[in-house]
Design a protein around this ligand. Sequence first.
Ligand SMILES: C[S@@+](CC[C@H](N)C(=O)[O-])C[C@H]1O[C@@H](n2cnc3c(N)ncnc32)[C@H](O)[C@@H]1O
Length: 660
Amino acid sequence: MTDFWKDFQETESPMGSLVSKSPKEQATGKTVDAAKFDAYGQPLTSVWIPCSAQPEQPSPPSPPSPTQVGKVPAKEALVETVIDHVPPEGPEIDFGSLDVQFDDDVDDQLPLSDRNSTGSQGSSGTVSDLYLSSSPDRTGSHTLQRIPPVVTASVSQCSTISLSAYVAKEPAQEEPAEEGPPMRRTSTRRSCRSLYKTEPPAAASPPKRTTLVSGKRKRALSEEWTSGRAEVEAAKLKERRTVRATLPSHTGPCSSKCVVKKEDTLTQKKEIFADRPSSKKKFLLCADISEGKELFPVRVWNDVNDQKLPKFKYVCGLIDEAEYQRKPCVCQCRDFCNARCFCMNEPFEVAKCDVAYDAKTKLLRNPSGWVNSIIPNIPRTIWECSAACPCGPQCSNRSAQLGLRYPFDIFMTETKGWGVRTVRGLPAGAFVAEYAGKVRMDDAMSYWTEATWYTFSLISGPIKGQPKSKKEYFLDASKRGNLTRFINHGCVPNCVAINVFWDDTDPKRGMHVGIYTVRKISAGQELTLDYSASFWRAKAEAGEYCQCGSRLAIRCYECNSKNQAGCGDGSRLGSLYTDCSTIPGRDRCLRTTGPGDLVTRSCSSSHTGFKDGCQPSPNNAEVTVCLCAADYCNAASPTRNSMWIFLLLAFAAYVTGLCR
Ligand SMILES: C[S@@+](CC[C@H](N)C(=O)[O-])C[C@H]1O[C@@H](n2cnc3c(N)ncnc32)[C@H](O)[C@@H]1O
């Protein structure tokens, strides 16, 4: 136990008594009463200033002027702008109208799904319904009301807010807007990033009017604005230019209420998703299954069959119904944390961690840390700064706690059920999302049951001085979870799951599981994770096998070139050994296309040191034995060696013949 840990236990928290956020609040994303405390005992009434060094701004900013965005398509547009001087607190700020110039040449700015929009060039339009929420949350993020068009914003610098919005082009003959402020929804949808969010002042004012619909119709619409019908009507009046708005609003579970009728959506999709191949019908089942909880809408597509998404409740993070004192890591840094930051450096001797993120909160390769089963030199555990740390939300040692930073779609795959794909290209080391679910404790061996295929084991490695428990903590996403519950297995995965701490240092239950990319992923590609060999062993017993179809998924059946018997603990090893040795020309590797092709062995055995062939899996102590494509198995193969010798001899004979 480190001195710090002892001190921390004996000293009162600098933030006062520690109060954990109720599971309901975590699940719904609703914030607690302003008079209460936040998750770490900090009174929620206290003002959170995103940048401690920054003086307060005296008054709300005037509308940015001119707000220009060069390249915007005629039908939908992505507006990006920077607004300086965001005040740390205050009432809701209306940034007024943003003038935009429209241009067709925008393909590289828009998400894949929105490209190829057609329209006239050079006209201009106005976005009138952009709002910034009252005060930045503790992570420094501001959430704009997600009124059509979709609007999001996040703080990228202390005093700068970057703003993105999908906007509709206004036609030249548009009726002038009525007097009065633009209409906005009264119900505030909470972002998943609102874990630390203070309650904004209640919006007591009645719903305001839209500027895009006018006269009698507008009055009628404002009364029934919250219903999906009204939105559809409003969109019609906008001549389908804001196609996103034509999707019905939804408050219930997506699987039922959010389904858009196929006939209705066809015309819209021709417009919005014209870039997709027309031979296949693409059906958008849900415009945002997170129902506004995530910063980006999580859309659901099925163009393969008639299946609907299984029912589950969308939550954003861990749900732990047990009331217990959380002990966050507290560093001493004032502004930007660096490599000496206490939270980055093995504060509790659970794991040796160096700095996990670069300045842009992308995962750093860690030359000295723990290795992951698939990708070497990626830390197994990340300690992020907590809400109790004096450093601000701009600290680069915060990534997973900030939530989604990229848009993702859930879609029906051909062979693996539902899956998740990225809408935009992702860099390597990017945080995808937290594996959300309920924290459960159970017997170690009892969790691979039919009902728990959505379970993630929480093992963070050996803890000094703590007895080994037969019970283990799991994250159960079967009933409550987020998009990560749909990430499928890939034998050569492009994502990895890493243990992350930020609000608690309890080595078991306080651990979050963050999903990060391990290589560049292009827009539209599916995200995959390594589920571990034990998962597929259990599945094989039920007659289900991996369908990832990766050509690289060739597994070696022997642990090392010495052909040590017993180097695998998979029950199939013996039979594979026998089978393989009798298959001519197959070398010593089998593809993972049939039952039992996965061979694993225990990491604790003495074979761990054999070249790069064996590495620990993040989920359990087992390893998947070498990928043949990357290891020495083939080189050690007598078949291959003799083939080379034969070729060499043949070549020598040929050259000798020529010389004669
Ligand atoms: C966590 S869920 C992933 C989402 C799932 N596809 C669905 O439709 O809900 C895990 C299940 O997905 C399926 N799955 C995931 N990866 C697979 C793969 N590579 N091949 C076949 N099935 C896979 C298996 O049925 C597995 O039990």
